[in-house]
Design a protein around this ligand. Sequence first.
Ligand SMILES: [Zn+2]
Length: 256
Amino acid sequence: MPPVRDEALLLRRLPYGDTSLVCHFFTRRGGRIGMMAKGARRPNSSLRGTLQPGNLLEIVYYNKESRDLQLLKEADLQEDFRSADDRYARLLARGGICEILERSQPGEHPDEGLFASARDSLRRAADCPYPVNQIYWFLIFCLARGGYYLDLARCGDCGRELRSFGTRGALLDRRGGQLRCPDCRQRDGGAQGLECSPRLLRVLSFLHRSDPEEVGQREITPATRAELGEALDSLLKAHMEVGRSLRCLEEAAEIE
Ligand SMILES: [Zn+2]
């Protein structure tokens, strides 16, 4: 079988045996794929420096459907999304985008649009003033692409506009992943869920309608980032089988 050539983002790598690596990629045409990189940790291996998480690579691999791990043959660096000012917030954004892809994407489900958006967001994270915002933007993009994003304008029960309730916040139903207006939540006897302030709804809506460039220019305070993280984590858990919380959401809330 001829080898496959594709573009790939390296999401995570794990040592295997004495000299090899298991690499988890998100590829442009094949989706998320695990591959064995034999001998990649040998001192003279050409793959040694290239296989760093967050790198965009051109790879060549052998694909056999019956196998869990495919076999990586070559990898050339295309882009490493680093910048002269590679501060912690940038590293966190880069790692966060990889974590989101790794945890939210099922295996071998190609999505070229998602691939292109991840690349755009990584590029912006390397040069914008507020890189961690890319984590929120990209997670919202992933949720919306899966058809899971919230309707921020209306109550999921009665359909009334949330704006008409002024400063009274909405409630995010943790299981259903929808917003309830103050009246509907009261009718349910206060119902379980996550408090969403009008300010949080405004920031969510800004992130949803903007592109990575705009998103990187606007400061979001640590307090709002903490709220955002909690709301997005609830949505993610309501809709996708992600298990534990995303680490990048907790860490992004703590950046000064
Ligand atoms: Zn309602």
